[in-house]
Structures are given as structure tokens and as C-alpha cells.
Ligand binder design. Sequence first.
Ligand SMILES: Nc1ncnc2c1ncn2[C@@H]1O[C@H](COP(=O)(O)OP(=O)(O)OP(=O)(O)O)[C@@H](O)[C@H]1O
Length: 336
Amino acid sequence: MSIIDVEGVTKIYRQYKRFPGFAGAVRSLFTRQYTEETAVRNISFSIKEGEAVGYLGPNGAGKSTMIKMMTGILVPTSGSLHVLGNVPHQARKPNARQLGVVFGQRSQLWWDLPVMDSFDLHQSIYRIDERRFRDNVQLCTELLALSDFLDKPVRQLSLGQRMRVEIAMSLLHEPRVLFLDEPTIGLDIVAKDHIREFLRTVNREKKVTIILTTHDMKDIEAICPRILVVNKGNLVYDGTVASLRQKLGNEQRVTIDFRYDPGEVDVEGLSLLEDNGPRKTFLAARGGTVVFELVSRMAKRYPVEDVSLEGADIDSVIRRLYQQLAEQDKSKIQIS
Ligand SMILES: Nc1ncnc2c1ncn2[C@@H]1O[C@H](COP(=O)(O)OP(=O)(O)OP(=O)(O)O)[C@@H](O)[C@H]1O
């Protein structure tokens, strides 16, 4: 069952031009000139209950704008948008009970109150049944290791501790959908891993639908089988990381250690990437002869000692996609 339906959604920001100085201010009052910026351009997709979807794109691509529309904070300029069967900005109250939202850069916690008091307030605002509330606090405390700072005021928490608390709080009312905007930004590796593991558990075991924006590909690898990639407001890819890798070329890096520097090496199907004398790294052409065959051809002609292969990791797949988009300015071309 589809839980989020986005059809031809566009968001245009309009900003009125201000003219400098006093005369300019007066002029601004009478001439309402404005600039327009299309942050989201005719985007369509749907998300099923229980999915975990990564929403990716370079800076300024329109990710936060889309999340804000899905959570009802912003109103689309055109198109139709439904979350849990409701139009989000018209159903902020009914949807609030079923949505959880975490904005990495902004807090929903009461700064001066101890963490547990924030949780208690959340319980009364969302009218969470006492037993469910206690169970959920206990589960989050365990899985996110919160027990050491439940009685500390939020302002005293480190960024990593605060993010764990933010995520716990967003789940106490058992939402069906959880939106996270850069939930691991600025955190150390241990805190990131903790949060990823927790989100994966919440998605797989509690079947909470997750939509997440991030610039950290490890978040995607750990949590999201499906990605939506946006660029300059356009949706340019909707599918799995694996099939994006296929589409962009399932290339392999081949690093060869030679017994001594063989100088220039020429084997069809392998192009030189890095030359460090006796250690050289090549890129195996895609769709060509299998790498094993290329390496054995190499070994027949050159003093090969050792070989290691490395497939393109998700970071380099996405980097390549962004590079392609930047080079060709393919903002209107679909890759999927
Ligand atoms: N309130 C606003 N008024 C005018 N323009 C805006 C507003 N908010 C965002 N924009 C513009 O819309 C575009 C998309 O912004 P958005 O914040 O959605 O991007 P993003 O993909 O989340 O970027 P980032 O990865 O940098 O957080 C940007 O060019 C931004 O300058």
C-alpha cells in the first residue's frame, strides 16, 4: 500500500526584490518586483508502507523543500501530494500523530529541561498511553544508550547525545512514517553507527516507513535500499543503489603490484588511473572482457606479482552521477 503519493509537485519560492537605500525602500513598496526560484520541479514518486528511502542530491537540489512539503510545513506551488491519504498542509494535526520528524539542524527539545521532562511533555502533547510510553522510552533508552543523560538538561548534551534524544523523541508516539533531514550531520563515527543501527531496527522490526536526506552515503548503505536522487529541483533517479551502479557502469579498479616497474603498460580493456612505479591502478572497461581475463593477459606480458580488485563503492557511484549531471547539465534528463 502506498503511504506517500507525490504527483507532478513543483515548489517555486518567490522573493520580493529590495532596492538599496531609503529611496529604494520607498520604491520597493510601489514596485513589487520579485525573483522566482524553482526548488522542486514537477516531481512524482510514491513510497510504500515499510520502505526506507534515501532522498539524495547536491546542495540546493531541493531536498529539504520536499521534506517540508511532505510534513506540511510548506505548501506546493502546484501538483498533488498525499501523505497517509491526507494533503499534508491541510492535515497537520491528524498527520502529526502518525508522523515523526527529525531535522538534524533544528531541535524539538526543551532546551532547559532534563531529557526525561521533554519526553513527558511529548507524552501529554501526543496523549500517549502510559504503558506504551514507558515501553517506548525503555526501548529507545536501551537501543540508543540514553540512560546516562536522561536527567541532564538538553543544553548540556553533546551533539551526538542530543541527536539520539531527538530521534528517540520522534518515535515515542509510534509514528508510521519518520522523516529525517540529515540525522547524522556532524556526528562522530560511533554515534553515526549507533543511529544507523537503530533506524534500521525501527524500519525492519517496527515497519516504520523512513524517508531520509543525507550527504553521508554510509547512512544510505546502512538504512535505505531505495534512493531518489534530485538535482536542480528535478528527480533524476529512482531505484536501488545496485541498479544505479549498473547504469553508471559496474566498473572495477584493478591494482597490480609488479616485481619491478615495467614502465608503460598496454593491455586493451585496462586504462591507467594511478602510476606509482611498481604499483599501478587501472580501471577495467565496462561491459568488456572479464577482469580475470584481462589480468591473465597482463601477467603473460608483464612481471605481475599481486592483484587486488575493488568495485565502485556507493560514494564513488554517487560522485560519478553528480559529475555527469554537472558536466552535461542534464537537469532535464532522466537517468532512471
Ligand atoms: N525560504 C526560501 N526562500 C527562497 N529560496 C529558498 C528558500 N528555501 C530554499 N530556497 C532555495 O531553494 C533551493 C532548494 O533548497 P533546499 O534547501 O530545498 O535544498 P537542499 O537540497 O535541502 O540543500 P542542502 O543539501 O544544501 O541542504 C535552493 O536554491 C535554495 O536557495
